[in-house]
Design a binder for this molecule. Structure first.
Ligand code: SAM
Length: 245
C-alpha cells in the first residue's frame, strides 16, 4: 500500500534519515520500546543468539548502523565480555548516546565507535568475524553497495546477519500492523518528538524494502553463501544470514 508519500531521491533520502535520527537520538531507546511494543528486544536477543559469538578476545564484530549500541552490547555480553565490537553509524548523535550507555554498563573497553557510511567502510578487507546490521539497511540508499562492503570487510568464514522489518505473512496480523504503523507510529512520533512526518517516511521505507526472498537474493548477489532467513513475529521482522566462504 502506498499512502501517497512522495518519492525521494537518494541524497535526499539519506539526509531525511539523518534528520530523523539527530532529532530522536536522546529518545531513540524509548521510541523503540513504544513503537515495537517492546518486541525489538526479543528480536535482538534472537539475532545475537543466532550469531553465538566466540568467547575469545580475538573475535571482532562490526555492528553497522549500530546507533545507540543495542546489538553491540549484546554481542559483548554473549561473548562473556571477550569480543571486541566496532559500532559504526553515520550519525554522531546516535553514537554519542551509545558511548554514554556503554560507559554506564562498563562495556567501553570492548567497544569502539566510528562515524562512517555503510556504503564506504573505513576498514581493510578481511577484518571482521561478523558483520551485523539491525534496522539499518533499509535506511541506506544503495543497499547493494552496503552488502558488497559487508562482504569485503568480513574474513573468510565470516558471518553476515541482517535484522530488518519485513513482509508480514499472517492474514490478520497484517491488517493490524498496517493500522499500527501508518496511524499509531506517526502519532507516537508526533507526541514524543513533535513531528509526525519523519515517522511517515520511516514507515513508508518499510513498505518499500524488498520482501524476505528478494532480499535473500540480493545478499547472494553480493557474494554470500548459504543465505537464509528466519521470520520473527509473523514476518514483522526477519533475520537474514549469509557466510563469506
Ligand atoms: N541498530 C540500532 C538498533 O537496532 O537499535 C539502530 C537502528 S536505527 C533504526 C537506524 C540507524 O541507521 C540510525 O542510527 C542511523 O543513523 C543509521 N544509518 C542510516 N543511514 C546510514 C548509513 N548510510 N550508514 C550508516 N548508518 C546509517
Amino acid at each position: 500500500t502506498s499512502y501517497g508519500f512522495r518519492e525521494v531521491a537518494d541524497g535526499e533520502k539519506q539526509s531525511l534519515v539523518n534528520d530523523v535520527f539527530h532529532k530522536v537520538a536522546k529518545r531513540y531507546d524509548i521510541m523503540n520500546d513504544v513503537m515495537s511494543a517492546g518486541l525489538h528486544r526479543a528480536w535482538k536477543e534472537a539475532m545475537v543468539a543466532s550469531l553465538n559469538p566466540r568467547r575469545d578476545p580475538s573475535y571482532r564484530a562490526l555492528d553497522v548502523a549500530g546507533g545507540t549500541g543495542d546489538i553491540a552490547f549484546r554481542i559483548v555480553e554473549a561473548s562473556g565480555r571477550q569480543a571486541h565490537v566496532t559500532v559504526l553509524d553515520i550519525n554522531g548523535s546516535m553514537l554519542g548516546v551509545g558511548a554514554e550507555r556503554a560507559e554506564k554498563k562498563g562495556l567501553s573497553p570492548n567497544l569502539d565507535f566510528v562515524e562512517a557510511n555503510a556504503e564506504s567502510l573505513p576498514f581493510e578487507a578481511n577484518s571482521f568475524d561478523a558483520y551485523t546490521i539491525a534496522f539499518g539497511i533499509r535506511n541506506v540508499p544503495h543497499i547493494d553497495v552496503a552488502l558488497k562492503e559487508a562482504y569485503r570487510v568480513l574474513k573468510r568464514g565470516g558471518r553476515l546477519l541482517v535484522l530488518e522489518f519485513s513482509e508480514v505473512e499472517m492474514p490478520l496480523l497484517d491488517t493490524f500492523y498496517d493500522q499500527w504503523s501508518f496511524k499509531a507510529i506517526p502519532q507516537f512520533g508526533k507526541m514524543i518528538t513533535g513531528d509526525a512526518e519523519p515517522y511517515r517516511y520511516l514507515v513508508e521505507s518499510i513498505r518499500k524494502f524488498p520482501n524476505q526472498r528478494d532480499f535473500a537474493t540480493m545478499i547472494s548477489e553480493a557474494g554470500f553463501s548459504r543465505v537464509n532467513f528466519t521470520n520473527y513475529t509473523g514476518g514483522i521482522a526477519a533475520l537474514h544470514s549469509g557466510w563469506k566462504l
